[in-house]
Design a protein around this ligand. Structure first.
Ligand code: PRT
Ligand code: ZN
Length: 291
């Protein structure tokens, strides 16, 4: 059932590493809203959706319990909480790894060396599952924060914490040595919401938009003119140019070629394209690709 006001709710992190990209993604879906960090709700003006801005740790339970129908949160949090939610879409941001790190001079070289050792973490459940799978018996010390300090305070022999650049570990005299879980931000849904016809329709509309905007990431739309006889050469230069749109130009023997191209290869192939006879090359950003 939709909320009394007929609107759905999507939970996202109020203020943190996932906030900016979550807001950007929703905006890229064409949702028009004012995002105010100090207010719990931000209603979308052109979609039956309210944005619920909360701590990331609360998102899995809120979605599981139907307080929110959808959520944007790291897989690391969903896994740790064991939340019963449906993961609908990986979102390609918030990438990080839950890793075990040990002091630089520690003799711990492999996972089995952790037998009988103390491991400090804020992810006891994920770590427990990992150690069990690795048939390693270590004591898990549940911490609530500043995990990286645990070895120097002699609270633990090793830690299990989120790593992205590795700088925090390094700055605290630690070296990372094994990955427990890889994570990124995902779109999750409440299971009952997915079975509700009205909600499902709204979720599907949102999913099409999100996929479209994620698909367009890192891609550009390229248009160029070329003599017909250069076409094969041009196709060979750009591997992604499998089925370009080829349009005849008013000038005899000339065609316009339109195609989607990965932005990271564009500059590398530009000179080659010119040498192959391409001219009037125009490259524009793509907002969305609906397949
Ligand atoms: O207030 P709230 O509870 O909402 O936020 P929070 O402080 O708990 O979370 P936040 O904003 O730090 O992270 C939100 C989510 O971003 C996490 O759940 C992960 O899914 C993802 N993420 C991506 C990260 C990192 N990268 C990250 N580097 N979460 C935490 N870190 C921390 C890590 O805990 C460690 O302290 O950054 C440090 C390590 O970073 P490096 O770059 O030095 O390796
Ligand atoms: Zn948090």
């Amino acid at each position: 059932m939709l909320a009394k006001n007929g609107r759905m709710k999507i939970a996202m992190q109020r203020s943190g590493r996932l906030t900016e990209e979550s807001v950007a993604l929703l905006r890229a879906c064409g949702l028009n809203f004012e995002f105010l960090k100090q207010s719990l709700y931000s209603p979308c003006k052109n979609f039956d959706l309210d944005i619920l801005a909360i701590r990331d740790d609360d998102i899995p339970e809120y979605v599981q319990d139907g307080v929110a129908d959808l959520g944007i949160v790291g897989e690391n949090i969903i896994k740790e909480r064991g939340a019963e939610v449906e993961v609908l879409l990986p979102l390609g941001f918030g990438g990080c790894k839950l890793m075990i790190s040990v002091p630089q001079r520690s003799g711990i070289r492999k996972v089995r060396d952790l037998n009988g050792k103390r491991l400090g973490t804020t992810y006891p459940n994920t770590l427990r599952e990992f150690l069990k799978k690795e048939k390693t018996k270590a004591e898990i010390i549940k911490l609530s924060g500043s995990v990286e300090l645990a070895p120097s305070l002699d609270v633990a022999d090793a830690i299990c914490d989120i790593v992205s650049t590795g700088t925090t570990a390094k700055m605290n005299g630690l070296k990372v040595f094994c990955t427990v879980f890889e994570s990124q931000a995902v779109l999750v849904a409440n299971r009952a919401a997915l079975k509700d016809k009205t909600k499902r329709a709204l979720i599907d509309r949102l999913l099409i938009r999100m996929r479209g905007s994620l698909d367009a990431r890192g891609k550009r739309y390229m248009m160029l003119n070329a003599p017909v006889q250069s076409l094969q050469k041009i196709k060979n230069i750009i591997p992604s140019l499998k089925s370009p749109t080829v349009v005849p130009l008013a000038e005899a023997g000339m065609v316009a070629v339109h195609s989607v191209i990965a932005e990271d290869v564009f500059w590398d192939v530009m000179e080659k394209l010119k040498a192959a006879g391409a001219s009037g090359i125009v490259v524009t950003p793509i907002e969305t690709i609906i397949r």
